[in-house]
Unconditional design. Structure first.
Length: 95
């Protein structure tokens, strides 16, 4: 007995939105992505206007990245573990 598998509408909608976001991000970073090496270390300084900009850069690059974040952000019981889970490294002066 073979049943046809179909994705839920919510899942299909999420995929469509995600694909659209990726295209927009790649358009914004056009000219930048070609200068980033496929392998090895590099520094990408994202002069971001919102907290989502580093996330968008990570989506566009399709590589494992490490992020630097202000050390005081790691003191939060919720946000601190979240930052660590996305390879964030604390930076700044701790008092």
């Amino acid at each position: 007995m073979s049943e046809k598998f179909s994705l839920p509408q919510e899942y299909r909608s999420g995929l469509a939105v995600s694909a659209g976001q990726q295209r927009v991000i790649e358009d914004i970073l056009k000219g930048t992505l070609e200068n980033i090496p496929a392998n090895g270390p590099f520094i990408l300084a994202v002069n971001h206007q919102s907290f989502l900009d580093p996330l968008f850069a990570g989506i566009a690059l399709k590589r494992v990245l490490c992020f630097m974040a202000r050390d005081t952000l790691f003191k939060s019981r919720i946000f601190g573990p979240l930052l660590l889970s996305v390879n964030a490294i604390p930076s700044g002066e701790s008092s």
